[in-house]
Design a protein around this ligand. Structure first.
Ligand code: SF4
Length: 108
């Protein structure tokens, strides 16, 4: 004798896909260093970054934040004397290209 589990067709529920998950849907954020850093390289950010994820070389004219290493603490943003550092989602439109430049810098 074989018992089959069948005929359990109850009412079907249709659930729409997440309609209000926007606030929970953030990928890892990073901070971005923009134009005011160029040729200034004040370096205050280096002193406060808890994970040492801000890099440059003598050949570079600005600092760069490693997007995978940044823990999004915001410490650098508040000490930058020229307000060059922004959370990725708040970079001013005129400096949007710096987000990509920071990422490209680490893909050399
Ligand atoms: Fe470093 Fe924090 Fe600035 Fe990221 S946000 S670069 S972890 S100081």
């Amino acid at each position: 004798m074989i018992a089959l589990a069948s005929d359990t067709e109850g009412p079907r529920k249709w659930a729409p896909e997440d309609t209000d998950s926007e606030s929970e849907d953030h990928e890892k954020l990073t901070y971005v260093i923009t134009e005011p850093c160029i040729d200034l390289k004040d370096a205050s950010c280096l002193d406060v970054c808890p994970v040492d994820c801000i890099y440059t070389t003598d050949a570079d004219n600005q600092y760069f934040i490693h997007p995978d290493e940044c823990i999004d603490c915001g410490a650098c943003e508040s000490v930058c004397p020229v307000s060059a550092i922004f959370p990725e989602d708040a970079v001013p439109d005129k400096w949007k290209q710096y987000t990509e430049m920071n990422k490209v810098y680490f893909n050399k």
